[in-house]
Design a protein around this ligand. Structure first.
Ligand code: IMP
Ligand code: MG
Length: 359
């Protein structure tokens, strides 16, 4: 059984909770994104926010994978591994990263923020765009490189560090100087948390797991409207959160997914810049932000809130091949006397209005 969980809006639809309730054995595999994501899961009254770890990590019966389409920030992953280990969760033999995953390093985060000061996409500052750019221009440092001899690793990093220092200092006028020793020290620490057993050819392992009829859940981060091709470009993330991203993100031949669960909130939210057609008036937004706790899990930014937008949902449902919908946070709206749903936007915005429904 292959299950896919995708977000149908701009992220933060509640995918983490849905993944957590859906699966009790087998695999949870993240196929794109990095520490820009924020998955909040409550387990026995304790709140967990994961940026890098897949949402199945709290369940000891589940194996968790970070596939090649993702990027990994060693510093954040170390923090998350430490934090869950302290809470008594054991990850040995159940946490794997594809050896092809590019690493997010300090200079990626610095340049991400410097670029955004000029471009105003409203990024999370987690170095996603620059790391994906390094992957595309074929000079990314990948998980497999952690096992190089220190001198070879240094050689591999030299030009990159030189390049980023040059751009940061000369074009963006940032004073910070990246030292290769600092990067090597982060990587050394990271290596002490992982072994060659954790860093594997996840693509083959998942192909085999599918052949052996194991349960697999592919977990998306962000939302379909942030997809780099099909989202609201350029106000998007640098990966493919849509279900099609699984084939190249995990390394699988095209095949039918048994269930594609599209997660959507009963209203719409968006963190960061970009168009947002169905935005609610200020007073209602404050109400929704308060009751729905609509603050970005990664950056703490207040999310913009809007009415449910059916025009956009029709598009993302088709794009993902959604077979089922998981509707979240309907209860947040119960304090409002009137709610609206955007049903058409061809010539003008048309809303269906529901009044006095909560009396
Ligand atoms: P980046 O992914 O940090 O490059 O940010 C690009 C855009 O995607 C910004 O508008 C971010 O706010 C948004 N974004 C990235 N990750 C998430 C997420 O997990 N939830 C909601 N929005 C996100
Ligand atoms: Mg989130």
């Amino acid at each position: 059984m292959i299950t896919v969980v995708v977000g149908l809006q701009w992220g933060d639809e509640g995918k983490g909770k849905i993944v957590d309730t859906l699966i009790s054995t087998g695999w949870v595999v993240r196929y794109q994104g990095g520490a820009n994501a924020g998955h909040t899961v409550y387990k026995n009254g304790t709140k967990f926010v994961f940026h890098q770890l897949p949402s199945g990590i709290l369940n000891p019966e589940i194996k968790n994978g970070i596939a090649a389409g993702c990027v990994v920030d060693p510093e954040i992953l170390i923090e998350e591994i430490e934090s869950i280990t302290q809470k008594g969760i054991n990850i040995s033999n159940r946490f794997f990263i594809d050896s092809r995953v590019p690493l997010v390093l300090k200079f990626h985060k610095l340049i991400d923020k410097a670029i955004d000061k000029k471009r105003g996409i409203g990024v999370t500052g987690r170095g996603i765009g620059p790391t994906q750019a390094d992957r595309a221009r074929r000079w990314a440092l990948r998980m497999e490189d952690l096992f190089l001899k220190e001198n070879d690793l240094k050689d591999k990093l030299n030009d990159t560090v030189e390049f980023y220092n040059f751009i940061l200092n000369n074009y963006y006028k940032e004073k910070q100087e990246i030292k290769i020793e600092d990067i090597l020290s982060t990587l050394g620490k990271f290596k002490s948390y992982l072994t060659e057993e954790n860093i594997i050819d996840l693509s083959t392992i998942i192909q085999n797991a599918i052949d052996n009829k194991q349960k697999i859940l592919f977990e998306s981060a962000q939302g379909s409207l942030l997809d780099i091709n099909f989202g609201t470009y350029p106000f998007v993330t640098s990966s493919h959160p849509i279900s099609g991203g699984i084939y190249t993100g995990v390394g699988l031949p095209p095949q039918k997914f048994d269930r594609v669960i599209g997660v959507m909130k009963a209203y719409t939210t968006r963190v960061g810049s970009g168009p947002f057609p169905s935005r609610v008036p200020e007073k209602i937004e404050s109400f929704i932000v308060d009751i729905g706790m609509e603050y970005g899990a990664t950056t703490g930014r207040k999310r913009r809130c809007g009415w449910l937008d059916l025009e956009l949902l029709k598009k993302t449902i088709r794009l993902n091949g959604v077979t089922e919908i998981a509707l979240t946070k309907l209860d947040v709206l119960s304090g409002l006397n009137e709610i609206k749903i955007l049903i058409e936007k061809e010539n003008e915005y048309k809303y269906k209005i529901f009044k006095g429904w909560n009396k």
